[in-house]
Design a protein around this ligand. Structure first.
Ligand code: DOR
Ligand code: ZN
Length: 349
């Protein structure tokens, strides 16, 4: 196949940050995607509808003329989120989900949830008004191996939560394991999952080697949940290309300044917004399933969120291009995932 035309895709999990840095990364997403679910883990986090409205306006103000893009906002769940705030969020029409970060699980999650029991009233309100819960699904116990934290979350937190709130719509975000893929495929009720391009393309060996196998730590491949072993990547590829409407595109593109990634305590997050749909095309082609890309990237997400599919179309051409080494990021710069590498597919302008 030399060319692929499809419905314009959306990104159902994205970090845009704020201020000048946000203005620098936003055009990369808006060029590719018609809409994106915008994560609320700013400093301080977006915990109220009023804050989400103001953040949304800052994003729209930063959007270059001629780009057509709609930010879909989220709230950051805390132990203190009230049922009234959930109702306000739903009534606003601009908030499309509430994000659960277990406290301490990842970047800017310090104000996250310390115990789901403390959120019962907010979760009940979300179930009542049908506002989806978007979950970073990892336990945070120090004694649980970092590579096992997603698997443990399913039994320890997710299954009991869904038993308590069986009608709550849930997105298991950026799944990384065969256990998560299997759970989402077979669970009862209304559950979906996003899958990143990097978890479809890379396994954990890539954290410690380059594409040719030369050793050395590669901090730009570090994200949370961390890349897993090859068997998990294969299970994710199978899920993404299965045609199941429960799996959809969410890049988790998460920009950080170069110096904060290339550091003794490097931040978690991979920036993929500049090459996202091309990376997904690479992964789907590897699985011999390019014909399944459109449904995953452009149909399953809006169907799950109860939004219309996009009317516009995009075209991917088989034509190589090289990812830049660095991208301006406010007062600093960032290194995109796969910087300097060749990509076989190009999104036509
Ligand atoms: O790798 C990650 N980066 N995982 C997350 O959950 C958060 C994100 C970020 O905000 O940088
Ligand atoms: Zn994320």
């Amino acid at each position: 196949m030399q060319e692929l035309t499809m419905t314009r895709p959306d990104d159902w999990h994205l970090h845009l940050r704020d201020g000048a840095a946000m203005a620098d990364v936003l055009p990369y997403t808006a060029r590719q995607f018609a809409r994106a679910i915008v994560m609320p883990n700013l400093k301080p986090p977006v915990t109220t509808t009023a804050a989400a409205q103001a953040y949304r306006q800052r994003i729209l103000d930063a959007l270059p003329a001629g780009l057509d893009f709609e930010p879909l906002m989220t709230l950051y769940l805390t132990d203190n989120t009230s049922p009234e705030e959930i109702r306000r969020a739903k009534a606003s029409g601009i908030v499309h989900g509430v994000k659960l970060y277990p406290a301490g699980a990842t970047t800017n999650s310090d104000s996250g949830v310390t115990s789901l029991a403390r959120c019962a009233a907010a979760l009940q309100a979300m179930q009542d008004v049908d506002l989806p819960l978007l979950i970073h699904g990892e336990v945070t116990h120090q004694h649980v191996d970092v590579f096992d934290r997603e698997k443990f979350f399913i039994d320890e937190q997710l299954i009991p939560l869904r038993r308590q709130f069986p009608d709550l719509r849930v997105v298991f975000e950026h799944i990384t394991t065969k256990e998560a893929a299997q759970y989402v495929s077979s669970a009862e009720g209304r559950i979906g999952a996003t899958i990143t391009a990097h978890h479809l393309l890379y396994n954990r060996t890539r954290l410690f080697t380059d594409a040719e196998g030369r050793t050395g730590m590669r901090p730009h491949f570090y994200c949370l949940p961390v890349l897993k072993r090859e068997t998990h990547r294969q299970a994710l590829l199978t899920a993404a290309t299965s045609g199941s409407p429960r799996f959809f595109l969410g890049t988790d593109s998460a920009p950080h300044p170069k110096g904060e990634k290339e550091s003794a305590c490097g931040c978690a997050g991979c920036f993929t917004a500049a090459s996202a749909i091309e990376m997904y095309a690479m992964a789907f082609e590897e699985a011999g399933a390019l014909d399944k890309l459109e449904a995953f990237a452009s149909h399953h997400g809006p169907d799950f969120y109860g939004l219309p599919r996009n009317a516009g179309r995009v075209r991917l051409r088989r034509a190589e291009w090289r990812l830049p080494a660095e991208i301006k990021f406010g007062a600093t710069s960032l290194v995109p995932l796969g910087a300097g590498e060749l990509l076989p597919w190009t999104l036509a302008a």
